[in-house]
Write a new protein. Structure first.
Length: 171
């Protein structure tokens, strides 16, 4: 593994871990908010405005910033029952193709997410809720999540390409 490869892997690990840590903290904060909101309503007949809205935004943070870490840990849902029947070399080649197609799809998702973010910023859009949250905030998180996901997927793609096409003794 050369220095650039190690650098990319370390960079990807740092970013994926950062996303996972932020997601973990956000899950904890969301749990606290919902618990405090529920206890307040039940015991004191007091409602904290916007708890449901904040929880929804926090779900966006957890989902999108956790994508890269989940990919790196191979924890996404897969159809292993089908691919487990394939020969290892066929599976590895198929995996390279699927990763390439997935990279293209992530680029498309990122493009449209970025386009939506830019429009939101231009129009200064706010949510139509009590908090009137600037919508550039959750849309920025979505773009950041797609970016982290792309970096992790690209690094895994490169690793797989090297394994399939540059293996010692392979032709």
């Amino acid at each position: 593994m050369d220095i650039e490869e190690r650098g990319l892997k370390k960079f990807e690990h740092v970013l994926a871990n950062l996303g996972a840590y932020i997601s973990s903290i956000v899950i904890f904060i969301t749990t606290l908010l919902i618990t405090i909101g529920s206890l307040g309503r039940y015991f004191f007949n007091f409602n904290i405005p916007g708890v449901d809205e904040i929880s929804a935004y926090m779900l966006i943070v957890v989902t999108y910033l956790g994508l890269a870490y989940t990919l790196r840990e191979d924890a996404h849902i897969s159809i292993s029952i089908i691919v487990s029947k394939l020969k290892r070399r066929i599976f590895e080649k198929l995996n390279v193709i699927l990763l390439f197609v997935s990279l293209l799809i992530v680029i498309v998702y990122f493009y449209f997410s970025l386009d939506a973010l830019i429009e939101t910023i231009k129009k200064n859009e706010l949510s139509l809720t009590v908090l009137q949250t600037p919508l550039w905030i959750p849309k920025s998180v979505i773009c950041a999540g797609w970016t982290l996901f792309f970096i992790s997927m690209f690094r895994i793609f490169i690793d797989n390409v090297k394994k399939v096409f540059y293996r010692k003794g392979s032709k």
